[in-house]
Design a protein around this ligand. Sequence first.
Ligand code: F6P
Length: 321
Amino acid sequence: MALKKIGVLTAGGDAPGMNAAIRSVVRYALSRKIEVTGIFRGWWGLINEEIKPLDHRSVSGIINQGGTILKTARCAEFKTEEGQSRAYQTVKKDSIDALVVIGGDGSFRGAYEFYKKYNVPCVGIPASIDNDINGIDETIGADTAINTALLAIDNIRDTATSMERIFVVEVMGRSSGYIALQVALAGGCEDVIIPERELNLESMCHGIVEGNIRGKISWIVVVAEGAAKAQDIARKITEMTSLETREVVLGHVQRGGRPTAFSRALALGLGHAAVDCLLRGETHKVVGIKDSKIIVLDLETAIRKKDLKVDHFYNLVKVLT
Ligand code: F6P
């Protein structure tokens, strides 16, 4: 198949660095004489033919911006036969030869189903603050989200120390403890609660009381949203220790903002690699980084549940308290 036109979309939750990935896909494809069509609002845009050609200038000045110029959405309609069939009609009508899908596990699952049914060549670029794509080390945006959350935790540390309080800080991660673990470690936090490990609140509270007797005055406990709610944990800690506790939910602040150098560099490298993949005729693949090298893996592998291997970092948080 001659590769004349690529359609690029961002789907699922936005992640800082998505724009850098779009820029890379567009500019590299154009340099290889391939046209690029931007598909707006993820799969919804493919279903509803909300598309626009992208040129060199369409991606100027976006490398430093969070979010995505293509907009994004979670699209339930794409899970239906009707939705997929309409998306395929857009692909045919607009002569799109292949898709580059920038997103997380849900977006890749959609891409895989679509590929199986209609055989539309596609390559995925992993972008999600959750770092939950199997087979690779890190997704675009995770590093930025960690640094954003870390900044907030450093600020919370000041007031926690000054007012001698316990803080429970809830970070994003519906089924992944990646952000929680990284910020708990880098922020010198006293404890971390993640979906991958069972919570032992009694033992945590016992540690707090013991520490308090030794003169320890403040704590920060980081909790991943998928493991527990900060409000519940804070209430239980107060009940079990009689110490004053506050909770903070960082929420969507973690999803926005300037991408870090790492998120941008990763995005630029993967955008280039995705186009190269299609040029080589490889399809239903995902490009990613592993052991500091760009790799190509099957879409089928990428959508399997990731085993985060949390032990090392989890134990470090506990032992360094
Ligand atoms: O994109 C991943 C993520 O930020 C998760 O960490 C979080 O649980 C979810 O998205 C929130 O999604 P929404 O913005 O649709 O509420």
